[in-house]
Design a protein around this ligand. Sequence first.
Ligand code: ATP
Length: 307
Amino acid sequence: GVEIFRPMRELRSVLHQGMVGMSAAQGIYQILDEQPTVADAAARPLAAPLVPSITFEGVRFRYPGTRRTIHDGLDFQVGAGERIGLVGPSGGGKSSIVRLLLRFYDPEAGTIRLGGHDLRHLSFEQIRSMISVVSQDTFLFHGTVEDNIRMGRPDARQDEVEAAARAANIHDFVAGLPQGYGTIIGEKGVKLSGGQRQRVAIARALLRDTPILVLDEALSAVDAENEATIQQALDVLMQGRTTLVLAHRLSSVIGCDRILVLDGGQVVENGRHEVLMASGGIYAQLMAEQARESSAAEVIDAEPAAA
Ligand code: ATP
């Protein structure tokens, strides 16, 4: 049971992304009520462990029962161990790529491969045991901090939970709580800040130890101090893993091996930051816009002090 539902919990937070304006509770109900749109494939033993590479080949996709085509002729490859940034306009289909990768939906046309295997020939368990998602709105359940971290791997020993918490830069905070790792968090327990929740999510992902990682807006809405500790934790987590970074804030993709720019349901630019900047395309424009916005924000911030 746990093996099946663990990825579903993560999926819930992935899906929550698309539900702007809904309460968390509505979001959860919506997903629990949502019928699986695809049937699981029978798990067939693989000749060799799955290689953490990803391929989208001519993928066309729209959500069942809707008319808008989200992806059309979407093509890209991610090699094992590569760190890829996904950028593009809001609603451009970044999170939808993750939902497809987790096989919550099948494409209308084209093929998605994991380690060279068509996703439709792999079981949910085979697919989802390869992938961890660290999302901006991590789901914490009513329970101890320890249990919330252990959700990443239910049979982890206490010292493994603590090691993950240390690597995620959350151990000192947890140790300072009234009951330490036994402190109840979640809706009726101790409230965690956004940054603390993210670090719990990172600790979970460290425990899960999957070869593929999806970072969904992992650095939004935290202060500078939190940002530094989270970035450190993320650097540990990304080490040696194939990583997809879904970003609004372009600063989080600058260090990626490659950046894919989505527009009109396709990859329109593909390269390193420096290359895309030099080519003067959409990515360079988005960067310039964001730089203007953030310097405008600084001016506004500075005004009261200057007055
Ligand atoms: P953002 O950067 O704003 O998170 P995104 O690039 O991740 O956007 P997606 O979340 O993939 O974009 O959404 C692409 C489009 O699909 C959006 O127009 C969204 O409203 C729509 N969409 C998302 N989830 C669903 C769903 N379950 N059913 C129908 N449409 C959906």
